[in-house]
Ligand binder design. Sequence first.
Ligand code: AN7
Length: 365
Amino acid sequence: MRPRRWTGLIRRWGRYLPVSARTPVVTLDEGNTDLVPAPALAAELDLGRARAEVWLKIEGQNPTGSFKDRGMTLAVSKAAEEGSRAVLCASTGNTSASAAAYAARAGMKCVVLLPKGSIALGKLAQALVHGATALAVEGNFDDALDMARQAAERFPITLVNSVNPYRLQGQKTGAFEVVEQLGGAPDLHCIPVGNAGNISAYWMGYREAKEHGLSRTLPRMLGFQAAGAAPLVRGHRVANPKTVATAIKIGNPASWDLAVAALKESRGRVEAVTDAAILKAYLLLTRREGVFCEPASAASVAGLLRLSREGWLRRAAAGRGRGVVRIVCVLTGHGLKDPDRAIALSPKPKVIRPDLASLAKALRW
Ligand code: AN7
């Protein structure tokens, strides 16, 4: 039998990407992540007479545990094609983890600028273990991104933040996969928003999927920011963003205009969700769906629950009668990225002696 395995998103979707036969494909076989039903979450939603079908796009299944690998395979492949020997990014963690891994794969140097003290443990471990030069910037992500942009103009190093257009090109494949997995676009697409690259990339992907005849419809894009880091909701930059969801602790999103266009064109919405609501959604996913994502990812679910509570979902579903409304929530990163948060929210294991009596006592049997 001819071997047949997934060989990454450039090989699968290359005809829709800015690559040629000359592009050296730097891949870790990213993409092709599962779309898992979320019945417990669906049961929490109020759509009036309509019924919700909720799907989780598990981007934590990517090689470095986040959706960033979709953009990074393309950005690093194109950097290699252009003869670059080094890549640079500012990051709240996941971009640095991904850049470090793909640079290692490509034999390139990697420099990552990390806001000091704001990076989840797993992400820091990844950047370091893949051999990146990590610098802790005394400032926030927005300061670090400013520096990275300036440095890339001055020095011979390729910027792989999402201001690099290849990043969004790679990330749009998430929408192609959703369309393929559902046999068409969903009605609603829920996604956390930080630097606003991913919401822009998904919208581009859905639009292209329609143009290429892969889907007949487009979803409404629903973006969610942490309440303490919600520049798009407030309509202005946030100087000192604050949230437990460190991945989206961003006050001045680079893809601001693209995200606003996506929201407008899709008749979407951008809303803020509190840290308490994010952590509640995180625990719903971990304890009732058995799905472990990082806090920032749970913002998409917190937002969906908020829109349900406010009656927005019910109004949005009004035209459907007793029909089904299909909702996708992108879970952008794996829960193991931020083990400290998982442990902080959970009871500590009780220490017991190695005998049955101690076990029975601990369990109150
Ligand atoms: C898990 O790694 O910005 O709105 O530097 O890691 O496209 O920025 C990460 C962002 C959502 C927000 N979920 O996506 C970085 C970084 C997770 C993330 C986002 C991020 P964008």
